[in-house]
Design a protein. Structure first.
Length: 219
């Protein structure tokens, strides 16, 4: 009887261990990347399709899907930047319903040389050169070296180094206020930067020139 009692106790212990183990099953998708999923950029990237109309955007995504977005509210809120032109690369920030767009940015319209009068004395032009492949360069600026750019979450991210300072990479996030064939305006909480497209008297890095930028935009 004593042996049977010991055996019974062992069986109950094993069952109890199995029960405890079943209560610690991992949460689906909880493989250590949950933070990445939550913080993932919801922006959809692709090319403007031929079926794009005044209030409807057809987007051929980088994944090969063809999506259609209602952009009527985005237009009403002046959140369509750079116009729409078939074949241009776009960044689209979808609304929660995934059927409409909160913001559309024409990445092709961003490319080029953007300048403003030197804020110190206005004697010359300074600015930023935005190139394909996420490359950014400074135009006639000795104190700032632009390095990279990208669009994320409907905002413009620019990485730069300030010469004479810590000389460490500095990441700045800007809201785009205006983007047209000849003008680019973006801002953060402290500053607003107003640029004009540089006329093609010089070519910094082989970017698109003014006459190319004035191709018909479907605003």
């Amino acid at each position: 009887m004593k042996n049977l009692g010991v055996l019974f106790a062992l069986v109950m212990a094993v069952l109890a261990m199995g029960s405890c183990g079943s209560s610690t099953k991992p949460v689906p998708f909880d493989n250590g990347d949950s933070a990445d999923i939550v913080n993932a950029d919801p922006t959809v990237y692709g090319v403007c399709g031929e079926e794009t109309a005044m209030n409807t955007l057809q987007l051929i995504t980088d994944m090969g899907d063809t999506l259609s977005f209602d952009i009527s509210e985005a237009r009403e809120n002046e959140q369509v930047f750079g116009g729409l032109h078939v074949g241009d690369r776009l960044a689209v920030l979808p609304a929660k319903d995934r059927k409409s767009a909160e913001k559309v940015i024409n990445q092709a319209a961003l490319l080029g040389n953007w300048v403003m009068p030197n804020p110190i004395d206005g004697s010359d032009e300074v600015g930023i050169c935005i190139k394909e492949g996420g490359i950014a360069e400074s135009i006639a600026q000795s104190n700032i070296t632009y390095k990279t750019w990208r669009l994320t979450r409907g905002k413009l991210e620019i990485v730069l180094v300030r010469i004479g300072g810590s000389e460490e990479d500095e990441t700045n996030i800007y809201d785009i206020v205006k983007l047209g064939p000849d003008s680019l305006v973006y801002k953060d909480v402290e500053e607003t930067f107003e640029y004009s497209r540089q006329k093609p008297k010089e070519d910094y890095g082989g970017n698109i020139k003014l006459e190319d930028a004035e191709d018909e935009f479907f605003m």
